[in-house]
Ligand binder design. Structure first.
Ligand SMILES: Nc1ncnc2c1ncn2[C@@H]1O[C@H](COP(=O)(O)OP(=O)(O)OP(=O)(O)O)[C@@H](O)[C@H]1O
Ligand SMILES: [Mg+2]
Length: 198
C-alpha cells in the first residue's frame, strides 16, 4: 500500500489538504487527531502525562487543560521532550494499527506535523508531501483561529524545522499561498499522480 506522509509547519494547511484528499475517497490517518484522542479523559497517556507534569494539568472534570500544558512545554524544551516521549510511542502504535486495517482506499495519507523533525516515520511513508506557505500566512491563519497569540505561534515555529529544510525532504509540494480553490486543483492533480503510483 502506497503511504503518503503529509507534513508542513503550523497553520500551513495540512488538515485542509487532508480533507481535500478525503473528498477523493482517500483514507486519512492524522497524528494530531490521534494525539487528541489519546489525551481524552481516562486514557492511559493522560495518566502518564499527569504523573509527570502534575495533577494540576487536569481540570476538575478530569480532562486535560490543553492551554496550560501547551504553555508548560513551549516554555521549555526538556518538558516538550518529556511530553513527546510519552505520546509518540502511543501515536505510533495507533498509526501502525490504522495503516494495516483493511480498506478499499487506493493509497493512504498520514498527516505528521513533525515528519521531517523526527525519523520515526521514515519507515512508514513511501513519499513525503509538503504543504508550504510563507511564514506570515502561517501566523495570520493561526491567529485567525483565535487560540494562540503571535508570540506563542512564533515559539512553536521556532521548534519546527524551517521551510527550506522541509522542502528539501519533499517528493511533492502543495503551495498554499492563495485561495482555497487553488488547493483543490493541486490536490486533484496529485491524486491522479498517486493513483498511477499506487
Ligand atoms: N488557502 C487558504 N486561505 C485561507 N485560509 C486558509 C487556507 N488554507 C488554510 N486556511 C485556514 O488556515 C487555518 C490553518 O489551516 P489548517 O488547519 O489546514 O493547517 P494545519 O497545517 O493543519 O495547522 P496545524 O498545524 O495547526 O494543525 C485554518 O483555519 C484553515 O481554514
Ligand atoms: Mg492540522
Amino acid at each position: 500500500m502506497l503511504v503518503i506522509g503529509l507534513t508542513g509547519g503550523i497553520g500551513s494547511g495540512k488538515s485542509t489538504v487532508a480533507e481535500l484528499f478525503a473528498n477523493h475517497g482517500i483514507a486519512i490517518t492524522d497524528t494530531d487527531v490521534i494525539a487528541h484522542r489519546l489525551t481524552a479523559a481516562g486514557q492511559n497517556a493522560l495518566d502518564e502525562i499527569a504523573s509527570i507534569f502534575g495533577r494540576d494539568i487536569l481540570q476538575e472534570d478530569g480532562t486535560l487543560n490543553r492551554p496550560f500544558l501547551r504553555q508548560k512545554v513551549f516554555a521549555d524544551a526538556e518538558s516538550r521532550k518529556k511530553l513527546e516521549n510519552i505520546l509518540h510511542p502511543h501515536i505510533h502504535e495507533v498509526v501502525n494499527i490504522e495503516l494495516t486495517a483493511e480498506t478499499k482506499t487506493p493509497y493512504r495519507i498520514v498527516v505528521v506535523p513533525l515528519l521531517v523533525e523526527t525519523s520515526a516515520y521514515d519507515n512508514v511513508v513511501n513519499r513525503v508531501l509538503v504543504v508550504d506557505c510563507p511564514e506570515h500566512q502561517q501566523i495570520q491563519r493561526v491567529l485567525a483561529r483565535g487560540a494562540l497569540k503571535e508570540v506563542e505561534i512564533r515559539a512553536i515555529m521556532a521548534t519546527q524545522c524551517n521551510r527550506e529544510q522541509r522542502l528539501n525532504r519533499a517528493d511533492d509540494v502543495i503551495i498554499n499561498d492563495a485561495e482555497h480553490q487553488k488547493l483543490a486543483q493541486q490536490v486533484s492533480e496529485l491524486h491522479k499522480k498517486y493513483l498511477t503510483l499506487a
